[in-house]
Design a protein around this ligand. Structure first.
Ligand SMILES: Nc1ncnc2c1ncn2[C@@H]1O[C@H](COP(=O)(O)OP(=O)(O)OP(=O)(O)O)[C@@H](O)[C@H]1O
Ligand SMILES: [Mg+2]
Length: 274
């Protein structure tokens, strides 16, 4: 099962969703691999407190190599290449972190022939990662549409889209669906939104409640069963290198957030298996 966290907008909760879905699915007994294609900030690694360990191993092959000309040589000469790309988190799922080299990848991809430009990551998963027998692969994407994003979407075919309710989420979701229609037509693909996740919801306010109701009406089929509340503890946990699942004394909102992610993760598996 593959899924990618994506919305063409920064800071909506894509990385948080990837991390929390990863741990939730691990808790359900799945072997989970998370892959960070979201760029040099390496946010997913930070979310699991792995940045120092990763930076200390700079000589290894990294995820950016998958997209460049050195990849064939690496594969021939490094038999356990996926093991070398992969790090273990303390919370269960494995992680292939981002790398600063990803910043150049977009331009490099743009100069490749159209036939293989968008398929390099899909090929990597199929040829090298599938044999590792993970049950679930979660891909964290940039908050913008570039050639890396297209690679991630094409490989996953299922999108989880966190949104912040407010003035703009309607436009953002409309744009997402229109973009996917366009990619599908151009790539002859079936990339679809599996779950829209209302994030940072303030359901204790009338406005929050109303916005949530409207979203449920407009996206009845794809909206997640449970919204994610606004929770300072999510941010605090992230800053200390963990998800809310690893908090020993979670606040009420953090407890609700992790319960919501757990329910939504189970629902995502059902939807994708359908
Ligand atoms: N429900 C929430 N309540 C409070 N803070 C949250 C919530 N969800 C996410 N955050 C915080 O908001 C910030 C942005 O979240 P996140 O990094 O997941 O967004 P993103 O979509 O991955 O951003 P980018 O586009 O930059 O990659 C983070 O500091 C995160 O801890
Ligand atoms: Mg992110």
């Amino acid at each position: 099962m593959r899924a990618a966290a994506f919305l063409d907008k920064g800071g909506v909760g894509k990385t948080t969703a990837t991390a929390h879905f990863g741990v939730a699915l691990h808790n359900d007994g799945f072997d989970v691999l998370m892959i960070d294609l979201a760029g040099k900030q390496n946010d997913l690694a930070k979310h699991f407190g792995l940045l120092d360990e990763i930076e200390a191993s700079e000589q290894k092959p990294n995820i950016a190599h998958v997209f460049d000309d050195s990849w064939d040589y690496i594969v021939e000469n490094v038999p356990d290449v996926v093991d070398q790309l992969t790090f273990e988190t303390d919370e269960g799922p494995d992680l292939i972190p981002a790398h600063k080299g990803l910043d150049q990848v977009d331009d490099e991809l743009a100069s490749r022939p159209v036939e293989d430009r968008d398929k390099m990551f899909d090929d990597f998963l199929t040829s090298h990662v599938e044999s590792q027998e993970y049950d679930v692969i979660l891909i964290d994407l940039p908050g913008l549409t570039n050639n890396i994003t297209l690679n991630g979407l094409q490989a996953a075919r299922k999108v989880i889209a966190p949104v912040e309710l407010g003035e703009f989420e309607e436009q953002q979701l409309k744009a997402l669906h229109e973009d996917l229609e366009e990619f599908n037509a151009a790539l002859d693909e079936t990339i679809e939104v599996s779950m829209v996740i209302p994030n940072r919801v303030q359901s204790n306010t009338n406005l929050g409640k109303q916005l949530l109701e409207e979203l449920r009406e407009d996206y009845a089929e794809t909206v997640a069963p449970v919204h994610i509340p606004q929770s300072q503890d999510i941010r605090n946990a992230q800053k200390s290198g963990k998800t809310t699942f690893a908090l020993e004394e979670p606040s009420n909102t953090a407890t609700r957030a992790r319960e919501a992610y757990q329910v939504n993760a189970n629902e995502l598996v059902d939807r994708i298996n359908e």
